[in-house]
Design a binder for this molecule. Structure first.
Ligand code: AMP
Length: 279
């Protein structure tokens, strides 16, 4: 049985004394989310999934309004997956009238995604801390698909002594390699083909590195050129090579990350890969 809960107070009652595995999402669930839910199911006696499109992490002119939402569909999926509670709060529940507190994880919030989406990570850190405090899980599950977000949450948890284990889950891809994302629903058939430029450029980087290339600048240049050769690619926000902690690298080593954000038509897509891992 999956219980739908909309109020913080009710959730607190339901979760009393439970050892919870928590999967925060913005809904419109896909196989990527399911990988997190299944992992949580394996490792915890009680599983909570939150579905909340958090307005504070969207910038002006971004896709908050058109972000896909379908609670009925998500509930069915959660039932099938044996989720115990779906927490789908209203904005008023999460941001009660007169709230003044925000969370800013310095440094990491300003690079890569943060450069192009100012205030995005303030919104993310704030809502994740709120949700962790509401749910008080033993373990919380985050996807590597949003690698910078994962690192930010890990940092916040350490810095604020939050009593929760953050579990990272590998990126789930479509058969052809496209990283699954709720935003993929925006893509037309033509755009869907160009969206593969992200995955394929990571494959290209992998090939170059396997042939012995270590110069980050050269790899990034080749990736950029390759991505821009796809018809529906409008622009590249960034292609970056960093260490695990998101510090830029000049020479690539195993364990580093290659991260990128690309506009395909009016859709902004992100992806990343850990050097040395399968792709
Ligand atoms: P979202 O609903 O997009 O905010 O994502 C909720 C959680 O699912 C985040 O921790 C994401 O990193 C994770 N996630 C989204 N897409 C994928 C994917 N393709 N593979 C693995 N995790 C994902």
């Amino acid at each position: 049985m999956t219980l739908l809960v909309r109020k913080v107070k009710e959730l607190r009652e339901v979760l009393k004394g439970k050892e919870v595995g928590f999967v925060p999402t913005m809904g419109y669930l896909h196989e990527g989310h399911l990988a997190l839910i299944r992992r949580a199911r394996e490792e915890n006696p009680f599983v909570v999934v939150s579905i909340y499109v958090n307005p504070t992490q969207f910038g002006k002119g971004e896709d908050f309004e058109r972000y896909p939402r379908d609670l009925e569909r998500d509930l069915k999926i959660c039932k099938k997956e044996g989720v115990d509670v779906v927490f789908a709060p209203t904005d008023e529940e999460v941001y009660p009238f007169g709230y003044l507190t925000e969370v800013h994880v310095k440094g990491i919030s300003e690079v890569l995604e943060g450069k192009f989406r100012p205030n995005h990570f303030k919104g993310v850190a704030t809502v994740v801390l709120k949700l962790l405090n509401i749910v008080r899980p033993r373990r919380a599950y985050f996807g590597e698909k949003d690698y910078q977000q994962l690192k930010l949450v890990e940092k916040m948890v350490r810095d604020l002594f939050l009593d929760v284990e953050i579990v990272a889950v590998k990126t789930v891809r479509d058969k052809d390699g496209l990283a699954l994302s709720s935003r993929n629903t925006y893509l037309s058939e033509e755009e869907r083909k160009s969206a593969l430029s992200l995955y394929k450029s990571l494959l290209l980087a992998k090939e170059l590195i396997e042939k012995g290339e270590r110069d980050a600048k050269k790899i990034k240049e080749k990736m950029r050129e390759f991505i821009l050769s796809f018809e529906k690619v409008k622009k590249i926000d960034y292609v970056e090579i960093t260490d695990k902690e998101l510090n830029p690298k000049d020479f690539v080593e195993e364990g580093d990350r290659i991260l990128l954000a690309v506009w395909v038509g009016n859709t902004r897509l992100i992806d990343n890969w850990e050097v040395g891992e399968p792709l």
